[in-house]
Structures are given as structure tokens and as C-alpha cells.
Design a protein around this ligand. Sequence first.
Ligand SMILES: C[S@@+](CC[C@H](N)C(=O)[O-])C[C@H]1O[C@@H](n2cnc3c(N)ncnc32)[C@H](O)[C@@H]1O
Length: 194
Amino acid sequence: MERDHGPNPWLDADAPRGEAYDDRFARLAAEGHDVHGEADLVASLGLRSVLDAGCGTGRVALELSRRGHDVVGVDLDAAMLGVARGKSSLIRWVQADLAEVDVGRTFEGVVMAGNVMIFVTPGTEGTVLANMGRHLEDGGLLIAGFSIGPGRLTLEAYDELAAGAGLDLVERWAAWDRTPFAPGADYGVSVHRR
Ligand SMILES: C[S@@+](CC[C@H](N)C(=O)[O-])C[C@H]1O[C@@H](n2cnc3c(N)ncnc32)[C@H](O)[C@@H]1O
């Protein structure tokens, strides 16, 4: 399909990917940091089926699957998804753009962890949210955590795009551990309901 939008910032970024991406989390875990805050929050919301949107190396999907959730992972980056595939053949991994993917089923939750919303191709944010909404059951939850700051997607813009996709804000925290959100926070974890 011909693209109307520019390049994808994640694919263009000189960021560690694949095994190198995972190494960072392995180091944090070895230092005693909790690296499963996203999975903890998703699990606490009682979501039995979850689409891990922008799953990368499968960090969150694998932990949720290990805890018994029914999970599918979608990511654009073959290098990231290749690592996820190497870790589990039980989970369905789909290489696709979140703006266009159709995994053919709905979920109780969609999670976008690790800044996915600020890495999607600029100009497609609303299309991504509408498509994620289509993958949610009625009453299902979209949980997204991303950095906020000058020049970045604002939470106001995000909420507006979400509303356009039929998604209503129900919760917002400053971190995955439910730290209360306060103006000036540099990170937001938002929960919207379809
Ligand atoms: C920082 S990584 C986060 C990976 C994973 N969610 C985690 O928390 O470990 C951002 C991911 O978003 C994916 N991504 C960015 N834009 C995307 C798009 N339009 N469709 C699918 N995946 C996308 C990238 O390929 C990358 O794997």
C-alpha cells in the first residue's frame, strides 16, 4: 500500500533494537529494578485478552502470557519482532503497522507500552487509535504510556484523537505503578474505555 505519511521515527532512530534493546531491561532486572510494571498494571485491570500493540521484543506480551493472559503481539520492526519470535512460538506475533493491522479478533485490552504512541509515524496517531479501538470489545480498555514534553504529542491532543476513535478517558497516572498524575509530569499512563 502506498504511504501518505513520512518515515517512521522508530525505524529511523538510532536506538538499540532487538537483542540490544532487551539487554537494557536485563541489566535493570539484574540491578533489582521491577521491569514488569506494565504487565502488573494490565493484569490488575483484570484484562484476560490483550493486544500488545508495538510489542517490540515481546517484553510485556511474554510476561502477560506467562501469567495466563491470552496475548497477541503486533510490531512494525522485523528486528524487534524477530527477538520476540525467538522467545516464544506459543504467542501469535504479527509484523504490521498499527495504523493498518487487522488481527481478525477483538480483545478486552490493548496495551501500548514503552512510548509506542510517540514512535508511530507522525500524522497517523488518530488512525492508530481508531484501529486499536476496532480491536477492542465494547467496554474494553486501551492503556498507553508515553513521554510528554515540548514538541511531543500532548495528552490533550491524545485525548482528542482518542475521543474521535470512540475512546473515553477513565484513568491517568504519571507512571505504570499508579503514581498520581499532576500537571508538569513528564510521563503519562492513560486508560481509555471503548
Ligand atoms: C520503545 S519500543 C517499545 C517496545 C515494547 N512495547 C516495550 O515496551 O518493550 C517502541 C516500539 O513501537 C514500535 N512501533 C512504532 N511505530 C509502530 C507502528 N506504526 N506500528 C507497529 N509498531 C510500531 C516499534 O517498532 C518499537 O518496537
